[in-house]
Design a protein around this ligand. Structure first.
Ligand SMILES: [Mn+2]
Length: 280
């Protein structure tokens, strides 16, 4: 199996990383991780500079995670809203670049948590293509790729599957725009994880490994060995980021519908995540 760079998402701790969280970088390194996946939407420039310094000191790289918001929605019917979406995503890409990240993943296709209560329309598709192409052009200028993440039906209505994400990436047709696959969402939406990955050939730029229950990876129903094998089958060379959620930040935990303990602590999650990927 190809050796992938292994990351750990700090959304486990918080949607807003500050110096309080930098102590975990050394633990990631100790467990064999190559990088941290860091949320950028709420981060200030000063925080990003401090985080970059702490990453460098620990010998870690970064990937970034962001999302589209209600006032910066790529699907907005008005041109002003879509311009705001391009600016928001361009700004997220700039923040990613400040961390030294080359990829910004997440649900950047539509405002997180907003539902039209209807299936997606052709007009929405056209707006999304236009906005993400323009945002990709801006991201390319700072050396960042936008990696569109499909979410399950309970978190979004616009991109639920790998096939639709691949179709969207092909329609956008920009070298700085690619797709993400998160095994948690795929577990809910796909007929087969292997088939979903095969359908992502040529468009997949980022992978998040996450359990069906969002807790310690390897303790649930997701077949990670099969996913890794399928990723080798499409010659995937990008990051593998361990994504688990908790109630360490109670408000964020509630927003993500985490209502119980899903793990035995961060050390357990870090070790289990590394074990999934570092079989050599
Ligand atoms: Mn994810």
């Amino acid at each position: 199996m190809a050796r992938h760079r292994l990351g750990f998402s700090f959304l486990y701790f918080t949607p807003h990383v500050t110096a309080l969280h930098h102590c975990w970088f050394e633990r990631l390194r100790a467990h064999g991780y190559d990088g941290a996946e860091l949320p950028v939407v709420a981060a200030t420039d000063a925080e990003l500079r401090a985080t970059r310094q702490a990453l460098d000191a620990a010998g870690l790289a970064a990937t970034a995670v962001g999302f589209a918001t209600a006032d910066a929605d790529p699907l907005a019917a008005d041109a002003k809203g879509r311009r705001a979406a391009v600016e928001h995503l361009a700004r997220c890409a700039e923040k990613a670049a400040m961390l030294g990240a080359e990829v910004l993943a997440g649900p950047i296709h539509s405002a997180y948590g907003r539902f039209s209560e209807q299936p997606p329309t052709a007009d929405e598709w056209a707006r999304c293509v236009e906005v993400l192409r323009a945002a990709g052009e801006r991201a390319a200028k700072v050396g960042v790729r936008l990696a569109i993440e499909p979410l399950n039906r309970f978190e979004c209505y616009f991109v639920n599957t790998a096939a639709r994400c691949a179709e969207l990436v092909r329609a956008i047709d920009h070298p700085a725009v690619c797709g993400t696959l998160d095994t948690h969402h795929a577990h809910l939406e796909e007929r087969s994880l292997a088939e979903a990955i095969a359908q992502s050939r040529g468009t997949l730029g980022h992978v998040q490994l996450s359990e069906n229950h969002r807790g310690t990876p390897g303790t649930g129903q997701v077949d990670f060995a099969k996913a890794l094998q399928a990723l080798d089958g499409i010659d995937y060379r990008g990051w593998l980021v361990i994504e688990a959620f908790s109630r360490q930040d109670p408000a964020f935990g509630s927003a993500l519908r985490i209502w119980r303990e899903l793990d035995g602590g961060v050390e357990e999650v870090l070790a289990a995540g590394a074990r999934l990927v570092r079989t050599d």
